[in-house]
Design a protein around this ligand. Structure first.
Ligand code: AMP
Length: 220
């Protein structure tokens, strides 16, 4: 099984991708994590990617595709991959199809987690951090016991600059899956919309049901 999880930030995509990979015994591959590791290791690739990441822009397709292909050529990726954060452009989607076809494989489904913009802004802009110990709170789902204060050390909580509502909206515009890429998968009957505004467990249930449906379709 090779599956893609698509959706803007704030949809719970990364958490769901990890859960699904665990359940299916597949490898979770997140290009954001691969880039962050490359930056940490101080590699040439990391240095190149960092320029773009710091500006919140996409790393060029050729760099991203080469890095991703290196990862999925490894032995642990041969029985299935859950792609998280890749593809982000039509060119990446086409390149992935070509690479998998060369191995007699295919993307079985592109699972698109959708959440209304206002809800995403509410989720991301409700995140508060303790500047001292780094604890993370969420106004709606995981509030501190005393408003604005860290449960562990009592410090006043702060909001990250890029979690302020206006910045979240701008990030959302830049990081939304492009229509041409969604149309590409939709045109091949591989796009499945999943309601990401539900509780996380319900999102997982819907994802697993759609994966089951895709597997049945392929085996028939
Ligand atoms: P993420 O953790 O998915 O939000 O990714 C962090 C950053 O890594 C993004 O803002 C991009 O700069 C870069 N990145 C991750 N995946 C891709 C991709 N498929 N194409 C281009 N850039 C990417």
């Amino acid at each position: 099984m090779n599956l893609i999880l698509l959706g803007p930030p704030g949809t719970g995509k990364g958490t769901q991708a990890r859960l699904i990979a665990d359940r299916l015994g597949a490898l979770h591959v997140a290009t954001g994590d691969l880039f962050r590791n490359a930056v940490k290791q101080g590699s040439e690739l990391g240095a190149r990617a960092k320029e773009y990441m710091d500006r919140g822009e996409l790393v060029p397709d050729d760099v991203t595709i080469d890095m991703l292909f290196d990862r999925i050529d490894q032995p642990d990726a041969q029985s299935g991959v859950i792609f998280d954060g890749f593809p982000r452009t039509l060119q990446q989607a086409e390149a992935l199809d070509k690479a998998l076809a060369g191995k007699g494989k295919a993307v079985d489904a592109a699972l698109h987690i959708t959440v209304p913009d206002d809800e995403i802004v509410r989720r991301l802009s409700g995140r508060w951090l303790c500047p001292d110990c780094g604890a993370i709170y969420q106004e709606q789902t995981q509030p501190p016991i005393k408003a604005q204060l860290c449960d562990d050390c009592g410090n006043e909580l702060q909001q990250r600059d890029d979690d302020r509502p206006a910045v979240v909206r701008a990030r959302l515009e830049k990081q939304r899956p492009p229509t041409e890429m969604l149309d590409y998968y939709r045109g091949q009957n591989r796009l499945v919309d999943i309601d990401g505004a539900q509780a996380p467990d319900d999102v997982t249930r819907d994802l697993l049901a759609e994966i089951e449906r895709a597997t049945t379709r392929i085996s028939n």
